[in-house]
Ligand binder design. Sequence first.
Ligand code: PMP
Ligand code: GLN
Length: 381
Amino acid sequence: MVNMINSKLPDIGTTIFTIMSQLAVEHKALNLSQGFPDFDGPQYLKERVCHYIQQGRNQYAPMSGVLELRQQIAAKTKLCYGREVDENLEVTVTSGATEALFAAIHALVQKGDEVVVFDPAYDSYNPAIRLAGGVPVHLELSYEFAIDFEQLRQAINKRTKLIIINSPHNPTGSVLNFEQMQRLENIVLEHGLYLISDEVYEHIIFDNEPHQSVNRFEALAERSFIISSFGKTFHTTGWKIGYCIAPKQLTEEFRKVHQYLTFCSTTPIQLGLADVLAQSPEHWQSLPEFYQQKRDYFRKALSNTSLKLLPCSGTYFQCVDYSKLSSKPDFEFAQWATEHLGIATIPISVFYQSKKQQSLVRLCFAKDETTLDAAAKCFNL
Ligand code: PMP
Ligand code: GLN
């Protein structure tokens, strides 16, 4: 009998994404829970990755990432946000945004440092902060899932080190606007804090709103790790390639963690991504329209149901209020809907430290129209 080990994360179980995807398989339900497209990435990208595998580009990439890809990330940053970043000193390719988030948190957070996160918060932030010895401070987003800046100011004290933001926001689909970013910048500068900006949905933003990347706010960017993921941008979530942009000093610390976390990420995929980015910006430039069309299609299909649709300004997630359909708590509802309605969703309470119950679940609309039609039918009782 092995002695029980003293868990570092005693309260953490299997993620909701794994639970709901497994339940979907078990009950042969439509899986609109875990966020991934049911369509493939661009043909040219797949060809280039196959090409590099066949060419034998199958050994370790440089620790900071393949140079051609870092150059393309710098060029894209300039094109999108008008900001010059140094591909050698300020850009690091990572194994997905998950690794970048973990490395950034571990580069910065020391024992007892407080880190502000906003609930509902993506599930990887809290455990990464705690494993680094930090103390997560969960603040709840207010009405319409916006930051309550008064509450934020009150939460800051001499132990506060870092704030983590995510816009466009998973799971709510809300986005930070220019004025909110300015207020955030003021607070970060005034208190000498740092920022991690999780921008994995930077190209999935609707209604002609520009994405207010931290790259547009130079003084804020000087104190930030800006993180994105090609999994979202190229419909290839299984490839796990992301990146982190940070000023030289922060990047140096970031790379100290990254080099012992993974050392480097898959070589042929990095080379393929560099080629497709160099070829044309068309793919990612068309994403807002591509996903907005899906959002609108899905919302129209759901309008015949008793679900109440929350606003969705970005990401590929639609939150719905199911209270006219059921009085169950959201996790129970999600389990029940998988089994009895044939559709898997994500309950929103899991993203709250307080486990706040609001009768809300999240549906992923990165799906073909036939899947979206079938999903709406599941709720058409
Ligand atoms: N942050 C957010 C907000 C996400 O939604 C995701 C994945 N869905 C990630 C980070 C992780 O991205 P990756 O799959 O590239 O690790
Ligand atoms: N980020 C994805 C989502 O929000 C899931 C990632 C994962 O499975 N860990 O659905």
